[in-house]
Design a protein around this ligand. Sequence first.
Ligand code: SF4
Length: 362
Amino acid sequence: MKMNSNYSKLQGDKGHLVDRLYVHWDVSTQCQLKCDYCYAIKQYEPNGEWGKLDSWARQKLIIYALSRSKLPVFLGFQGGEPTIHPRFFELLELSWNAIEKHDASRLYVTTNSLQTVEFFQNYPRIEHFKNSIKPNGHPKLLFLWSVHFDYIEKYKDFIKKVLIIQEKGYRSKVNVMLHPNPEHWPFIHKIINELMKHDVEMHPHFLYDDGDMHKIHNYTPEFYKEFSYLKEEKLFDSKILYWDKNKTEEANFYTDYEFYNKDLAHFNGWDCFNNNYEINYKGFVQQFCFNISADLTKNFRFFENITEIKPKVCPHNGCYCDGLLKIKKGLKWELKFDLMKYVILIVLIVRICIIIIFLLLN
Ligand code: SF4
């Protein structure tokens, strides 16, 4: 992909590949909790779809559709709480087998970590899954933990579970919800400190409103002041490039905190190499941000037919999900339009001159 020469502005995460599909699958809508900030509840509950699990036969059709992908897949299990799926380990094994043929494939499991310590102790070591470790030892399977406010009393258990899974060879990353309610702030500071002490990768997660990832929550200036230390890159798993070539030779790298605090997350009219898809609990797939969708239990070729990621023009005013922020984006040179005007003008002048010369000669 030639991005650099075509665009006057660039944005995206260095580690985010363009030619890979990022597929987030709600493997059920069942969960032990009911959090007020849960996007899945907001999406499913109004239709009476919270607490549901599709049939195993249909879920195997989804895995089959994934196995046909021509591009590597970064597959995520979401929900609900994936680990309480009644056939969780089978689901994990079959899904990994379906995508592991591509070296750049990855699989992550989100969890609220409410499963018992024994559950995580009995979890298979990463070597159990074929091709799950790169030659440099980098794990291809990971856990994305969410810290919930129910842990105020039991946060040590939470850390213990994260460390057990890391010891088994998986990569772990903790999503720390940045709740706007100041009552939760002492706990958020505490958990960030604990995770730093244990050198656990984390991602402080900004919330968006009404389950709409184009509508960030309107955080107060007090919030930004309170969490100003989140500017530090070491607190985030990624740094996001923002490069305005009209203004600077050097690209800037920002954390999510700076992006939102500086109000930079607007890409309306930019080319977006969006490669993120969501599969709902019934097997219906939709591309994030666009009206492209299919029923995977009938259309097995949906992923197979995506052979390259072509840019689409962003129609939205806000890009407020940390996953979407990582996608590569570029704004075409405005100069090109100016040049076009000059070219049209010159062609017109030449034509007029030819007509005048022609008239004079006759
Ligand atoms: S809102 Fe969606 S389409 Fe727009 S830039 Fe972000 S990811 Fe791309």
